[in-house]
Structure formats: C-alpha cells, structure tokens
Design a protein around this ligand. Structure first.
Ligand SMILES: NC(=O)c1ccc[n+]([C@@H]2O[C@H](COP(=O)([O-])OP(=O)(O)OC[C@H]3O[C@@H](n4cnc5c(N)ncnc54)[C@H](OP(=O)(O)O)[C@@H]3O)[C@@H](O)[C@H]2O)c1
Length: 327
C-alpha cells in the first residue's frame, strides 16, 4: 500500500509517498481502507519535531473508511462497517490499523469525508464547551482562529449553547465564515497595530468593559497575553494549541494580578480516556450533523501524494475548516 512517511523532523518537504507492506490487524484491532484522512495541526508538530516522535514517522492520526479485516478479539465491528477515528498512528495511508477502542461507528447518512473531518477537531470542540468550561446562556466567549478546523466547530457548539462568541480571524473571507458559524462579533486580529494591547481593548469594548468569561486560545505564542488581558475577573483561559508557537513559561502571580484567573492546558486524550466518554462525544456530534444543526466545512482536499502541500497550506494560514487527504 501507499503511505506518507516523514524520514526525519523538518518542514513539509520531509513528507514522502512510500510503498510499504499492507498492515495486519492485531487481536484488538481492525484494518480500515481509508476513504479520507484528516489533516490536523498536531500532525505538523510531530513532523517538525515540536512534539517528539520516532523517525521514520508514519504521519496522521485521524480518518474514516471501511473495515476490511478484524482481529480475533474484536467484538463490536465487522468487515464492511463504516468507521471513523481520531487516534490511529499512520492514518495518512491507504490502509491503517485502528484499535477497536478508538473506533467510532459512522451512522448511515453521514458521508465518509464528513466523518473523517469530525473526530479530532469535533470532539475537541465538544470537550471545550462541555467539560473544560460548561458554556451556557449569558457567557461571553473569545474564540481565536474562528474559521479554522476547530474554530468553526467550536463557534457553532458555543453559539448553540447560548454563548455570545467573539471570534478572531485572519481575513475577510474567514470573517464571513465565522459569522455564518454563529460568531456575534469578529475581530480581524492581523490588522491590529499592537495585538497584545488592541485586542483586549476591543474585547472590553464589546463586553461593557468587563471582558469575556472564557478565552479559547489555540494560537498560543502570539495571542496568549491578549487572551489573558481579555478575561473578566475570575475568567478562564483555555490554552489548547500553539499554531503560532509555544507559550513561554508563565508566572502564576499573573493570574492573581489579572483578577484571580484560571489557566488550563487541556488535551483531547484526557477527555476521551474511556470508551463511554469517547462514544458520548462522537454520538452527540454525529447526531448534530444528521439533525442539520452542525455544519462540517471541508475547506480543501488533497490527493494522498500531496500531503506536503496540505501541510504547507495549513501552516501558511490559508485554509478554512477541515483539510482532508484522499487516498
Ligand atoms: N488540545 C487539544 O486537544 C487540541 C485538539 C485539536 C486541535 N488543537 C489545536 O487547535 C489548533 C487548531 O487546529 P486545527 O487543526 O483546527 O487548525 P486550524 O485552526 O484550521 O489552522 C490554524 C489556524 O490558526 C491561525 N493562526 C494564527 N497564527 C498562526 C500561525 N503563526 N501559523 C499558522 N496558523 C496560525 C490561522 O487562522 P487565521 O488566519 O484566522 O489567523 C490558521 O488558519 C492548533 O493549535 C491545534 O494544535 C488542540
């Protein structure tokens, strides 16, 4: 089969298409023929060496497709089932081994590309609004990169819970998408002269001078200080990514001085650690798609062989919504 390998840590050029033996399912795994593999920012952290992995590294962790073989201990899935997953190493490939505990059944009526677009970014948006901070009517929320993969889903889920979303985006096109997703206010943060000063000033102007209850910050280095200063007293900063680079160490005294703030740095694995929690989140998301209340925007698709171009697009801030690889 064909797969995408990274031979060493580096830029998108290290991604190469290789021929490798077909995988065989271990007892608790299935092998899936991949219809679409999800591209996620975390794939770029692993490829570039920001997150440590062993090389050569078989890239990707997310996708959807059809089960072609099952291990001896698998009980809930059979050949022919349509499935999706957020966490199976080596998903940029024609075939991938997926542990049974990671499998999400794809309901009839959900397209496999939509199914591939949802698990990682969708379950992230879901845990952010349900479990990290229980959003409800009356909450003011700051969502950075509001037209991105996580951003569009997070905005929709937050608005559906009655929160008022203030979104930051990088362009006019992205502003339109963020508003369509339910953002009440949009700030084009790349146009601000001094982001760290001007962004909180705009957020306060939009919130009667108080600031937001919660800031969801996946941009990291460039926005962290502005997010902290945009919070109201006892507000929560949810740092969940580093698209612009990692945030330097923080002195806890800053949380005290800025109004008894909360700071958390969550990761999806801790919010899908049990099979029960994983299926609760995925069922709610697939149900919302089927009900027409959650729109999954696939902003771009690339052939498997063009994985490097897909990474270049994601890292250059030119993508919106989900980016998929189609083996
Ligand atoms: N902790 C978790 O559980 C978890 C799970 C999933 C994803 N994440 C994180 O969530 C973030 C979003 O992931 P995604 O896959 O949905 O990506 P994405 O948001 O679709 O793409 C990243 C976006 O970030 C913005 N950005 C700002 N500064 C940037 C920079 N210097 N370089 C590149 N992009 C920049 C860009 O939007 P603008 O043009 O609008 O600025 C860009 O489109 C990532 O940081 C990822 O690591 C975390």
């Amino acid at each position: 089969m064909r797969a995408i390998h990274a031979s060493a840590a580096g830029g998108p050029d290290v991604l190469e298409l290789v021929e490798v033996p077909d995988p065989t399912a271990r007892p608790d795994e299935v092998v899936v023929r991949v219809a679409a593999a999800g591209i996620n920012f975390i794939d770029t952290y692993r490829r570039s060496g920001v997150y440590k992995v062993a090389f050569p590294h078989v890239v990707g962790s997310e996708g959807a497709g059809t089960v072609v073989s099952v291990g001896a201990a698998v009980t809930e899935f059979a050949v022919g089932d349509q499935v999706a997953w957020a966490s199976a190493p080596g998903s940029y490939a024609e075939l991938v081994r997926v542990p049974e505990r990671e499998l999400l059944p794809v309901p009839a009526g959900v397209d496999l590309q939509v199914a591939a677009a949802l698990p990682l970014q969708g379950m992230t948006a879901h845990y952010l609004v349900t479990s990290v901070f229980r959003l409800a009517q009356g909450h003011d929320v700051l969502v950075h990169a509001g037209a991105g993969g996580v951003g569009l889903l997070l905005t929709q889920l937050a608005a559906a819970r009655g929160a008022r979303v203030i979104s930051t985006v990088g362009s006019a096109d992205k502003e339109r998408l963020a508003r369509e997703a339910g953002a009440a206010e949009v700030i084009r943060y790349r146009e601000l002269t001094d982001l760290t000063h001007d962004l909180p000033a705009q957020v306060r102007a939009l919130t009667d001078g108080l600031g937001v209850h919660v800031a969801y910050d996946s941009v990291g280095k460039d926005t962290f200080d502005a997010s902290l200063t945009s919070l109201r007293r006892r507000g929560t900063l949810v740092l969940f990514g580093a698209s612009s680079g990692p945030v330097p160490p923080v002195d806890p005294q800053r949380l005290n001085h800025a109004g008894s703030l909360y700071l958390t740095r969550p990761t999806l694995g801790d919010f899908t650690a049990t099979r029960e929690e994983l299926t609760w989140r995925s069922h709610e998301l697939f149900d919302a798609v089927l009900a027409g209340s959650l729109d999954v925007r696939i902003g771009a698709t690339f052939p498997l062989a063009d994985a490097a171009d897909a990474h270049r697009a994601l890292e250059s801030r030119s993508t919106t919504g989900k980016v998929l690889l189609l083996p």
